[in-house]
Design a protein around this ligand. Structure first.
Ligand code: HT9
Ligand code: FE2
Length: 430
């Protein structure tokens, strides 16, 4: 198994070999100037024994993630979480999300109530329709002639239906973009499994190849909107009379089971609390603070915990963190774990965390997620282009010491603790 054959991974393996890429076709040529990648710090990563590295650049020797060969894609597959679009959708949606994972009924009821309070409509589908339109326009503007299909993991339009439609349109090689930036079972591998499932249920395993873009937490265009959000939030707090020393910035992301977190990042962060998932978030938060508000106090916190109370999940919970703040008068919440202002942002942050802050007598603001910010949309274009042209690691956009992430997930990366691995696209099997 080599780094340049992503299609050799997983039992959902597509058989069609990638045709040699013709530079200039579909407008997929490198733009004239490229932002240089910050070289990964050699100490922050090590590769598993035997892991394949495609390139012999110094960055690769230092343990940088490997890259795949140029591939002539014929479509982009934008994939979201999915959400209900009416009261009658709420319970069927929640059952889809938790299928086979024993989430207690009381938890489903609790979450159903959040959706019902918004008329049973999650904003997430409209946000992804908007993102799809923005991405299609940005690809066209960049001279990249690829259609964008949109399919969800947990609600219509479902992935298998969308793949069937793409196949009818003649699509054979897709590059998938998850609406999820970091490494963990829920934010990476579960998408890869669901793409493999969808290929199987649409009976397209032998016809359509799906690769995925690297997890994009370290891409400057994903991080830019958060930098702007912190700059604006701090300025607002100061205008409201809070000194910098009185402001706490809370970077919030989805909590996950600690056992899953330990398996995120393919063993490259062994021993670090929260594994690769937490390390990637910390690296993003550090970069945001360096750029936007050096010296201001900050923490990484977690939201939206579910599961049995006896199972350890990543902590601290955002509400506990707010309640234990001392000598602060203002909190700025930055949802770095999410790409759009979906329900977990509107409910868990704008309602619950705000209420907790106000109860503690603190000024509160919440920064925006990337949404359809131009820098983010252009980052997605860049992620597609780097795969089409086969850009080497050292020239991939990245602003964290971790470096650009893998095109193909490392052996065992982002496994679900306590479960046998399911077939998944874009990974090397252990
Ligand atoms: C890491 C992560 C992300 C970020 C990456 C990504 O974006 O993918 C994320 C996003 C989202 N999670 C969402 C909704 C839900 N997540 C749930 C359940 C869970 N999430 C988990 C993790 C994550 N979740 C986990 C470990 C569980 C429990 C086990 C399980 O069941 O897998 C449940 C079930 C009820 C409950 O247990 O809370 C719901 C309804 C929505 C849609 C919001 C909307 O509708 O606007 C979005 C974007
Ligand atoms: Fe979730």
């Amino acid at each position: 198994m080599t780094a340049s054959s992503p299609s050799s991974a997983g039992s959902a393996e597509p058989v069609a070999p990638a045709a040699p890429f013709t530079p200039g076709a579909s407008g997929l040529v490198e733009p004239p100037t490229r932002r240089e990648s910050k070289p990964p710090r050699a100490t922050s990563l090590h590769l598993e024994a035997g892991a394949a590295v495609a390139s012999a650049t110094p960055a690769a020797q230092a343990g940088a993630p490997h890259v795949t060969a140029p591939t002539a894609y014929d479509a982009v597959l934008l994939s979201g979480f999915g959400g209900p679009e009416g009261q009658e959708d709420v319970m069927p949606f929640l059952r889809n999300v938790t299928r086979g994972r024993g989430v207690p009924d009381e938890r489903l009821e609790e979450v159903a109530h959040h959706y019902r309070a918004f008329g049973g409509v999650s904003p997430i589908n409209q946000q992804n329709r908007d993102l799809r339109a923005a991405l299609a326009a940005a690809l066209a503007a960049a001279g990249i002639d690829l259609p964008v299909y949109w399919g969800n993991r947990n609600w219509a339009p479902y992935l298998d239906d969308v793949l069937a439609e793409a196949a009818r349109d003649g699509v054979r090689r897709m590059i998938a973009i998850p609406t999820s930036a970091y490494s963990s079972y829920s934010s990476c591998r579960q998408y890869r499994e669901d793409w493999a499932d969808a290929l199987e249920s649409a009976d397209l395993q032998q016809t359509v190849q799906i690769d995925k873009v690297r997890q994009f937490f370290s891409h400057p265009g994903f991080i830019r909107p958060f930098i702007e959000g912190v700059q604006e939030g701090i300025a607002d707090a100061e205008r409201a009379g809070h000194a910098r020393a009185e402001i706490e910035v809370l970077f919030s992301t989805h909590s996950i089971p600690s056992a899953d977190a330990d398996l995120s990042g393919a063993g490259m962060f062994d021993g670090a609390a929260g594994g690769g998932y937490a390390a990637q978030h910390r690296a993003v938060a550090e970069h945001v603070m360096e750029e936007a508000a050096p010296g201001v106090s900050w923490q990484l916190v977690y939201q939206s915990r579910s599961g049995a109370p006896s199972t350890p999940w990543l902590e601290p919970d955002i509400n506990d963190a707010i309640e234990s703040l001392r000598s602060r008068t203002a909190v700025l919440v930055v949802p770095i774990g999410f790409v759009s202002d979906h329900l977990e942002v509107l409910w868990d942050l704008d309602r619950e965390a705000r209420e907790t802050a106000e109860g503690a007598g603190l000024w509160f603001a919440r920064a925006a997620t990337p949404g359809v910010h131009l820098a983010f949309v252009e980052a997605l274009v860049d992620l597609v282009r780097e795969r089409a042209v086969g850009r080497p690691v050292g020239r991939r956009a990245n602003v964290t010491p971790i470096g650009p992430w893998f095109d193909v997930c490392r052996p065992g990366c982002c496994a679900k603790a306590g479960s046998d691995p399911r077939p998944a696209i874009a990974g090397v099997l252990p």
